[in-house]
Design a protein around this ligand. Sequence first.
Ligand code: MD3
Ligand code: FE
Length: 216
Amino acid sequence: MDDLFGDDPPAEPRREELGEGAVLLRGRALTDEAALLDGLEAVIAEAPFRHMVTPGGFEMSVAMSNCGPFGWVTDRRGYRYQAEDPLSGKPWPEMPDVFRDLAEGAAVEAGYPGFTPDACLINCYQPGARMSLHQDKDEHDFVHPIVSVSLGLAAMFQFGGMKRSDPVRRIPLLHGDVVVWGGPSRLFYHGVLALKDGNHPKLGARRINLTFRRAQ
Ligand code: MD3
Ligand code: FE
């Protein structure tokens, strides 16, 4: 009866092929939970979460920050990766070793050896926050996978195809889940439904998603 929240690290992360190069490693981040949360706190102390504005002038409901050599930003001028945090004018915080090691290790396990992220986008969802269907196309070369790590409240992820109008599957992403998106899935439309209210024992009423990318 110790594992009331069902979030103890599994002996063996459960592996699920979501199809077309996408591999879900359920619970893969749980063994590093404490170090990941420490790293997150250190990054956010230097580069706080902020709601960025899209080129169309809408404030995103998801609050964001970054760490590593490059960070993804949006403003009225467009979407891009840049080396400086626009809030401070300074480089983004260093990517904690535990972040990089987790992303690289998960990529190897999913069949993408040699992935070395140079950007980590950190998304913070509060209840009601969502991300509408989109493709990730601001990176230099789509041969590299994207590794995502979910922490905190569970979210309903939407996973479509190459066209916005393709049918979408709904996949719940839970605290500790890691997904490696490579191959054809790298350019599939995806999004996150509005976060439901709740309280996570470690993160409160929030969901944090780390996405590791090769921007350049
Ligand atoms: C599938 N983030 O930051 S992570 C994003 O949960 C983003 O915060 C979502 O989409 C989130 O761009 C989803 C899962 C994910 C990330 C990137 C992908 C799935 C992906 C890129 C291509 C295909
Ligand atoms: Fe995305």
